[in-house]
Design a protein around this ligand. Structure first.
Ligand code: HEM
Length: 242
């Protein structure tokens, strides 16, 4: 017997899948690359240059990041504006978690737009005007100059916290909705694991952000291979701050 799926059902499944692969995977890789700032300017800029050197990068970005992001964001805003209560119909706490899932989604729509215009393209009036795209050798200083502005740092911390929650709770909703965790206990422990994941992801991203204004981020400096002094003596044009 042929099984028929409604268009809404398929769009919702596609919405869930695009949130996990490729966007979830992208966030892990993105925070890992940003964490290289712990080891200073040269280490971070080498990592950015390696990404810029990937063949067919623009095609990978369009199909692997921008189109899934566009679909996930637009369909996410449609779901959030439908105003339906939690379809899974759970406890008081879980309804709050679901509310945060929608609220962080709407916030992230604006944050990611701001973030890409700000760093990738240098197009936010009043902030840095040099694009990281095509300027890997300036990337550390571009970001460091932005993160020295208190409201920008606070905004990025909120963006990282919102992404960490949205992704980790998204894993939970995915696991329940796809019937991967069924029993009440299994769901409770999966929820605890996802909350721990959200805290871990926030720590990873917050540490990466702090690394642009403090060597080795939130960790003792002795733990990092910080070569800033060596860089200063080998690069003549080191004083390019924005
Ligand atoms: C520590 C905080 C962060 C830093 C330092 C950072 C840095 C950057 C930089 C430099 C770029 C431009 C890359 C390039 O043109 O080569 C970029 C792009 C991007 N970032 Fe972030 N980011 C941070 C947090 C976030 C967060 C929380 C998200 C949310 C998901 C995010 C999502 C993106 C996306 C979607 C792009 C566009 C992808 C691309 O350019 O290929 N970033 N980020």
């Amino acid at each position: 017997m042929a099984i028929k799926f409604s268009r809404t059902f398929l769009l919702r499944k596609l919405h869930q899948i695009t949130g996990i692969v490729p966007l979830g995977a992208f966030f892990f890789v993105h925070m890992f690359t940003n964490s290289k700032a712990m080891n200073g300017e040269a280490a971070f800029e080498k990592a950015v240059q390696e990404i810029h050197d990937i063949p067919f990068l623009l095609i990978i970005e369009i199909f692997g990041i921008f189109l899934p992001l566009l679909f996930h964001s637009i369909y996410g805003v449609i779901i959030a504006s439908e105003g339906r209560s939690n379809a899974l119909g759970y406890s008081y706490a879980r309804n709050w978690f679901y509310f945060f899932q929608r609220a962080t989604g709407i916030f992230l729509f604006a944050f990611i737009l701001f973030h890409i215009l700000n760093l990738r393209f240098g197009l936010i009036p009043g902030l840095n005007t040099t694009a990281v795209a095509g300027n890997a050798d300036l990337s550390f200083n571009i970001i460091a100059s932005e993160f020295q502005i208190p409201w920008v740092m606070v905004l990025y911390m909120l963006g990282i916290a919102a992404t960490a929650w949205h992704l980790a709770y998204g894993f939970f909703l995915f696991a329940v909705d796809w019937g991967i965790v069924i029993g009440e206990n299994a769901q409770r422990y999966t929820l605890y694991a996802c909350i721990a994941l959200a805290i871990g992801l926030f720590g990873l991203g917050a540490n990466a952000a702090v690394s642009f204004v403090r060597p080795c981020g939130l960790f003792p400096q002795a733990l990092c291979e910080h070569k800033s002094e060596a860089i200063k003596s080998t690069k003549p044009n080191e004083s390019r701050r924005f």
